[in-house]
Design a protein around this ligand. Structure first.
Ligand SMILES: *[C@@H]1O[C@H](CO)[C@@H](O)[C@H](O)[C@H]1NC(C)=O
Ligand SMILES: [Zn+2]
Length: 258
């Protein structure tokens, strides 16, 4: 009796143990997008700018030009501004050789969305707008607040996009005073970290007009290459490059998700 129940018990444990790797391999059958938080190329820093297009973009492009740097812009469709209203800003970013990535249409925390369709509705219209305005489909996406789950990764993978977060935060989105952001960058420089993905915001006047002008030349002088995220990962920035469209009635933000 006792032996028999032990055998039954052992058998049920064994089948449970076997079931786990099975479930695991089933889950891995859905491809999940890569999530990058660090760069690859030694002595490279990728300055990234979120939440645009915005009026301060002009100052950022000037600062990048002055130091001979390439930056990466994760753009929204309709957050601070409607991307179709600032189409010339998007063209400027592209024509000056910087990278453009997606930062979703209206900047929700993607983890709070319940369905794949809701996530697609945040990604598709940004890709459409970028194809219309500059003729590119981005290969990289930065989830707002750096927040994602497996459903976000699965949808991104199905759309050919990887996720890009960061390993250094300038603190400009929480209103850190300029001197504190400069001090954080100075400490980073002193740490002599080999590769860096730095988070900044296009919508911060201080970042655009003071912070990067102060810190970018220091990294340059220390021998860092100031490159795009795609450049420092050795990946393509875009999945498709096509012909930009011309403005028509579809160049509007009124139909996008809130
Ligand atoms: C920083 O790291 C580089 C190699 O990546 C090295 O050549 C250099 O000497 C280091 N500088 C300091 C101050 O440690
Ligand atoms: Zn953002």
């Amino acid at each position: 009796m006792q032996l028999k129940s032990f055998v039954l018990f052992a058998l049920s444990v064994a089948s449970f143990v076997v079931a786990v790797p099975n479930a695991e391999s089933k889950r891995q059958a859905v491809p999940l997008a890569a999530v990058y938080t660090t760069c690859v190329k030694p002595r490279t820093i990728a300055f990234t700018f979120d939440d645009g297009p915005h009026i301060y973009n002009y100052d950022i492009l000037e600062a990048l030009k002055k130091v001979g740097a390439k930056g990466t812009f994760f753009l929204n469709g309709n957050n601070w501004n409607c991307i179709y209203d600032l189409d010339q800003t998007v063209r400027n970013i592209h024509s000056e050789g910087h990278q453009i990535g997606s930062h979703t249409w209206s900047h929700p925390n993607l983890k709070t969305l319940k369905t794949k369709e809701e996530i697609i509705a945040q990604l598709q219209p940004v890709d459409d707008a970028l194809m219309k305005i500059v003729g590119v489909k981005p290969a990289m996406m930065r989830p707002p607040y750096g927040e994602y789950n497996d459903m976000v990764r699965a949808v991104a993978a199905s759309r050919g996009q990887s996720l890009v977060n960061w390993d250094f935060d300038s603190g400009d989105s929480i209103g850190l005073p300029l001197k504190d952001s400069v001090a954080a960058y100075d400490a980073l420089l002193k740490s002599n970290q080999s590769t860096i993905i730095a988070l900044n915001h296009e919508t911060s006047q201080t970042t655009a007009q003071k912070l990067i002008e102060d810190v970018m030349p220091k990294f340059k002088a220390a021998g860092y290459t100031l490159d795009t995220v795609a450049g420092c990962l050795g990946l393509e920035p875009y999945q498709n490059v096509g012909i930009p469209g011309t403005r028509d009635a579809s160049w509007t933000c009124t139909n996008g998700p809130k």
